[in-house]
Design a protein around this ligand. Sequence first.
Ligand SMILES: Cc1cc2nc3c(=O)[nH]c(=O)nc-3n(C[C@H](O)[C@H](O)[C@H](O)COP(=O)(O)OP(=O)(O)OC[C@H]3O[C@@H](n4cnc5c(N)ncnc54)[C@H](O)[C@@H]3O)c2cc1C
Length: 401
Amino acid sequence: MTDALVIGGGPAGLMAAEMLADAGHSVLVADAKPTMGRKLLMAGKSGLNLTKNQEYELFMSAYGDARQWLEPMLEAFNPSDVQDWAEGLGQKVFTGSSGRVFPEAMKASPLLRAWLGRLQGKNVRFQTGWRWQGFNAKEALFDTPDGPESVAPKATVLALGGASWARLGSDGRWADILTGLGVELAPFKSANMGFLVEWSGHMAPHFGVPVKPVRLSFGKQSVYGEFVISKKGVEGGAIYTLSSALRDGMGEDGVEMLVDLLPDLPMPALAAKLRRERGKLSLGNFLRKTVGITGAKAALFNEHEPARKVDNPFDLAGMLKRLPVRLKAPRPMDEAISTAGGVMQNALNEGLMLKAHSGVFCAGEMLDWEAPTGGYLLNGCLATGRQAGIAAADYIREIKL
Ligand SMILES: Cc1cc2nc3c(=O)[nH]c(=O)nc-3n(C[C@H](O)[C@H](O)[C@H](O)COP(=O)(O)OP(=O)(O)OC[C@H]3O[C@@H](n4cnc5c(N)ncnc54)[C@H](O)[C@@H]3O)c2cc1C
């Protein structure tokens, strides 16, 4: 018999489990995979960006439409709390460029190991290989390596993740179960993903190469940074930041993103440089000598046929500042860093309990919110996990009274 059941052993579930254990409840964490926190470990491969140190308004606005919903939870577990939490697990943190916060170890395994150890010390029990299949009244039903199991807790926290990187556990299959239970879900959409571009053969030498600095724009949004040209298209930081706008702007023939290849050079200064006599220089050599367009940037420029034909300095400057790149479609959802969609705010009360199922709480990426990369995702998962755990603990206390 356990007071609380947490299904999903990612950052949101583990945080909920800790809150429940701290409130004095017995907790079982069950996960379908053979080990806990697989996606967290994967996030560690790129350094584990835990949160972002930046001005309050900028931080909160990263959560877009979900800001109002998440803000109280993010205030209660804010970037400084995330840093204290990581340090409490023996992981010194540092703030890198643009405020991104990382553990000094630049990976997740020591943090996850310490966290699981601390939870075990608080009598949290773990079951791996347990795949949740749904409820039978108050009983949670599992397929396990030893056959079917059921658990009848006083409260359950679902922290089942989004719908990308299925091999790490977050396969989104829980959506059918919750829909069957009458829970309102927003359809999954890729978030923080790359896009398909049909490159010509000339681009092959530049696959894997970062293009920087650039300013990418679409509609009213623009972002300064870098991206990577890949065999199948484009990916990387600046693309991910713009990805939700690009995704929502997709038409049948894709979407056109504009690339400023020389974001640090204002248009008049650039046009002045390009007014120089070209003589016998090819356009490529002229751009290399006058404004340093080489390598992947030169290849991108050449990839756009009309760009190769302009010779008026002002038009040329315009093309370098607003080079169109056609993105055909988002890369498949399973490759996305995260997903939007999931359990809608309407389906939950303020404590993240399902209105349709009292005693069942939801947290983490399975909720209908999205944010860019930059530590916002983990901060959001930890904050909602904390909220669900505290609310579930209160719920158990109240039913005991
Ligand atoms: C390559 C990559 C890099 C990333 N880097 C960063 C980063 O640097 N910073 C950042 O903020 N975010 C990053 N993220 C995103 C971040 O890892 C996720 O947003 C976060 O792990 C989501 O946490 P969660 O607890 O909600 O879900 P998850 O971590 O996905 O955990 C969900 C768990 O639920 C389990 N589960 C699912 N269905 C069932 C079921 N039916 N029964 C039992 N168990 C089930 C899964 O096995 C899984 O363990 C990255 C993601 C990827 C893929």
